[in-house]
Design a protein around this ligand. Structure first.
Ligand code: G3P
Ligand code: MG
Length: 238
């Protein structure tokens, strides 16, 4: 059975990458949560998708130009009128919520635009502090960032993210001793799935919001489906 991961938390109905969206995902019993991390000016690992705070908060500017004390004053749910104030969470705050739960966390390192050198060490330090080594998957579109993480912590599960039509993705992933491949779901045509399975690569795909796609991927034995609507997937897979 495919696992169900809430993309940026339960972002179909709640403000993405907020503690509220994570709690709501936990409430409906997801197998995992996907979230995005970036670094502030004072090297705090924060959970936010974009390099700027413009789209998701009532502020503007680059995440990396603010200290966390400055950043936490902005409202990450300002587009919604019924959820009150929700600050940009830190990864540590999130770990405190899930540390004793049976939930997998897929931490996406947003290191493609800015490399945030050192973010791998900071994330790893927090994983170790909360003993979450066996409950995380680290992914990134920046595969150099994944190799850095793998070198620091060979025991931690990692995944290469891709939105391209890569040939021999299984062979590529396996050759770097990376356990997972995280493709955009449209790219999972049968021959791609077959090649990945040949190399025993775990497949976690995104962002699957349509029932037909969910069923196809489940039938194909895809390991995890990352969706904004984990409720829909749960009902479908019952
Ligand atoms: O990690 C899967 C997915 O979140 C990658 O794309 O842009 O939603 O972070 P994005
Ligand atoms: Mg993401």
């Amino acid at each position: 059975m495919s696992k169900i991961f809430a993309h940026r938390g339960f972002s179909g109905y709640y403000p993405e990458n907020t503690m509220l969206a994570f709690k709501k995902a936990i409430e409906i019993g997801v197998d995992g949560i996907e979230l995005d991390v970036q670094l502030t000016k004072d090297n705090t690992v924060v959970i936010i998708h974009d390099e700027t705070i413009d789209r998701t908060t009532n502020g503007d500017g680059l995440v990396k130009s603010y200290t966390y004390d400055e950043l936490k004053k902005f409202d990450a749910s300002f587009k919604f009128n019924n959820f009150g104030f929700n600050r940009i969470p830190t990864l540590e705050e999130y770990f405190l919520l899930v540390k004793d739960l049976d939930i997998i966390t897929n931490i996406e390192l947003k290191t493609s635009v800015y490399q945030y050198l050192g973010i791998e060490d900071s994330v790893l330090e927090l994983i170790k502090k909360y003993k979450l080594e066996d409950k995380v998957i680290i992914s990134s579109f920046n595969h150099f960032s994944i190799l850095r993480m793998k070198k620091l912590a060979p025991q931690i599960k990692c995944g290469f993210l891709s939105e391209d039509w890569i040939i021999d993705a299984g062979k590529y992933t396996f050759s770097h001793q990376i356990e997972c491949y995280h493709p955009r779901f449209n790219n999972l045509i049968p021959e791609v799935i077959e090649e990945l399975k040949k190399f025993n690569i775990e497949i976690n795909t995104w962002t699957v919001n349509d029932e037909r796609d969910m069923l196809y991927l489940k039938e194909k034995g895809i390991d995890s489906i990352i969706t904004n609507f984990p409720d829909m997937a749960k009902n479908l897979f019952k």
